[in-house]
Design a protein around this ligand. Structure first.
Ligand code: PGA
Length: 253
């Protein structure tokens, strides 16, 4: 059975104190998770240690970084390496969020390096992909996402690819209040799985969790997560509100 994951992405929001109080509320919330359910919190770098400590007693809660460097170590002022994250006990890392691609010029090839570093330090990458509105309007989204997967992931071996999580996030649905319809999400998730199947075979493709991201909230999570190939969500805005995120975790199938 594939892992079903509710992943929060705080982005550059909340103070340290607000973040700690949000996590404390979520840790004490009464949520009964199934064996294959996980909650992941992608928090700003300076909060990682606090977040790990705050969620220590919750075995289904994991902490993620929102980014890591594509370099191993050295004279890269302001960067944070996968090895540093590992040394703090970080278990997951977002790789290639569309905001990183768009505002910080991250390319598919650079993301391939980031994935390699995460995997070599035993950090589970959550690889983000997804098309912009113009691409969707031209009905070119399938080829576009396939190329993102091919250029960033397909150098990985079978043993490596099963360690990653994919998040499909159509850019036009991020922070816009506009969600992909259940059909649009399922269609793309099935496409991603078929691309993985062609490259790695069915047993591997069936094991990889594919999350949906883009304006997921308490009121639509159950419907979106209900689709066959949608294995949970990567959630921005709604993950900053405890009552919302509790319901999103509870919506995992
Ligand atoms: P959103 O963000 O839920 O606020 O749309 C999702 C994301 O960017 O990961």
């Amino acid at each position: 059975m594939r892992n079903q994951i509710a992943a929060a992405n705080w982005k550059m929001n909340l103070t340290y104190q607000q973040g700690m109080s949000l996590l404390q509320t979520l840790v004490s919330a009464d949520i009964s998770l199934k064996k294959n359910h996980k909650a992941v919190f992608s928090v700003p770098f300076p909060y990682l240690e606090m977040a790990i400590a705050t969620t220590r007693n919750k075995e289904d809660y994991f902490i993620a970084a929102q980014n890591c460097s594509d370099k191993k170590s050295g004279a890269y002022t302001g960067e944070v390496s996968a090895e540093m994250l590992k040394s703090l006990g970080v278990q997951y890392c977002l790789v290639g969020h569309s905001e990183r691609r768009e505002y910080f010029g991250e390319s598919n090839l650079m993301l391939a390096d980031k994935l390699n570093f995460c995997l070599s330090f035993d950090i589970t990458p959550i690889f983000c992909c997804g098309e912009a509105l113009v691409t969707r309007e031209a009905n070119k989204q399938n080829g576009y996402v396939e190329q993102q997967l091919r250029e960033s992931l397909f150098h990985l071996s079978k043993d490596e690819i099963i360690k990653i999580v994919i998040a499909y996030e159509p850019i036009w649905a991020i922070g816009t209040g506009k969600t992909a319809s259940t059909e649009q999400a399922q269609e793309m998730h099935a496409h991603i799985r078929s691309v993985l199947k062609k490259q790695y075979g069915e047993p591997i493709a069936e094991q990889i969790s594919i999350l949906y991201g883009g304006s997921v909230k308490a009121s639509n999570a159950k419907e979106i997560f209900g689709s066959k190939d949608v294995d949970g969500g990567l959630v921005g805005g709604a993950s900053l509100i405890a009552t919302e995120f509790v319901e999103i975790i509870k919506a995992l199938k």
